[in-house]
Design a protein around this ligand. Structure first.
Ligand SMILES: Cc1ncc(COP(=O)(O)O)c(C=O)c1O
Length: 376
């Protein structure tokens, strides 16, 4: 299938680029002994899990349906975590999870009897330190509800726990700053960790970033696991999927109001939500920074500030022209929504063989069903 025959908007996942990230993950595992579970919150397009499975150890989740999806479509180890479980969630999840991690001591107390004998029991701790660019995504922010703070720990719980989870990084590209967090965890919680079987250090470690000091990270992880006698886990999402997919759109109009805006057949609010939430402009493959023709790449949604980015091109844009919005895999497909009734992007995978495989497509009936199935 030729890409130009595909109707926009669509996501194109590039298998070769995915494998490149996965090879780095494999190297990290080999050097450090860490196990890696894919964070489904970031990426759960299960149509490509057969590519990922040979490299990673399983999945981790943030809600009950992700647990089920990981169990059904990925296999390996299924880790279950939620900021807030209902009793019914715990009952459902305990049967299929290998590890069940509670966010608080109160949830642990209420529901541990539903898990014991079924899954390995874990608790999320909050180290109070983090590396996260934005407060919205900072697990150690003031009044954080994510995990148990060091000064609130009831030491007795560690006698009957198998593991703990920390998550305190967001797109951390520095091995040194991760090691500082690791040292802080060792100092604050080391005496508890010595009693456990496993420790998960969460996600947000950007070990596939160009120039990342992988060996340094690996030796720190290895030393930590030896020191505390635990199996270590990381829960990468973005590191696995970074730079592996484009969102391909078409310019449908060009308007001018002091600046030229190229309006495309997609919207950040519907198809690339984090552009908006974190105010992080997208990058366009066809753009040339500093070139003569300046455009706002505007969404087709009704939201006044909904734009992908402002950038420059060496030639004027034309209506009908396609643009590739790069690095659009993580936290995108999992957040797609039907705002404005905009057509939902299809999802494809470009195999290393050259074949293009369709993973998903959506139509009006999907939109309608998402709103009501039954009328009054
Ligand atoms: C508990 C937990 N684990 C893993 C992740 C995945 O993080 P990332 O996609 O940045 O690697 C997150 C992200 O929010 C998280 O909250």
């Amino acid at each position: 299938m030729n890409h130009s025959q595909l109707q926009t908007p669509y996501f194109m996942i590039d298998e070769a680029k995915l494998i490149q990230n996965l090879e780095t993950a494999k190297k990290l595992k080999e050097l450090s002994g860490v196990k890696l579970v894919l964070a489904l919150k970031c990426f759960s397009t299960w149509g490509v899990f057969d590519i990922i499975k040979p490299y990673l150890d399983g999945t981790t989740s943030s809600g009950p349906y992700e647990v089920k999806l990981g169990y059904e479509t990925f296999g390996g180890e299924t880790h279950a975590y939620s900021v807030g479980y209902t009793e019914q969630d715990v009952i459902e999840v305990a049967d299929i999870a290998d590890k069940l991690i509670f966010n608080s001591q109160s949830q642990l107390t209420h529901y541990r009897h539903l898990v014991e004998g079924k899954a390995s029991l874990g608790l999320r701790l909050n180290p109070g330190v983090s590396v996260a660019g934005q407060d919205l995504a900072n697990p150690a922010r003031k009044y954080s509800r994510l995990g148990v703070q060091a000064d609130q720990i009831d030491a007795a719980v560690f006698d009957t726990l198998q593991g703990v989870m920390f998550h305190m990084n967001c797109e951390n590209k520095s091995a040194d700053s991760f090691i500082e967090l690791l040292d802080s965890i060792s100092v604050q919680f080391g005496h508890y960790l010595d009693k456990l079987e496993w420790v998960s250090l969460g996600g947000g470690v950007f070990f596939t970033w160009p120039g990342y000091e992988l060996e340094k990270l690996a030796s720190a992880l290895k030393a930590f696991s030896v020191k505390h006698g635990v199996q270590l886990y990381l829960e990468p999402g973005e590191a696995i999927i970074t730079k592996t997919a484009d969102l391909v759109v078409t310019v449908v109009d060009i308007v001018e109001n002091e600046k030229k805006t190229a309006i495309v057949d997609s919207a950040t609010e519907a198809h690339r939500l984090d552009t908006l939430i974190y105010d992080e402009p997208a990058s366009i493959l066809e753009a040339t920074e500093g070139a003569e023709h300046h455009y706002v790449i505007g969404s087709c949604s009704c939201l006044a500030g909904d734009q992908f980015c402002e950038t420059q091109f060496s030639q004027p844009l034309k209506i009908g022209q396609r643009l590739h919005i790069m690095d659009s895999a993580g936290y995108t497909m999992v957040k797609l929504n039907w705002f404005n009734g905009i057509k939902m992007p299809s999802i494809y995978c470009q195999r290393t063989s050259g074949e293009v495989v369709k993973l998903n497509e959506f139509g009006y009936s999907d939109f309608k069903r998402s709103l009501s199935q039954w009328a009054v």
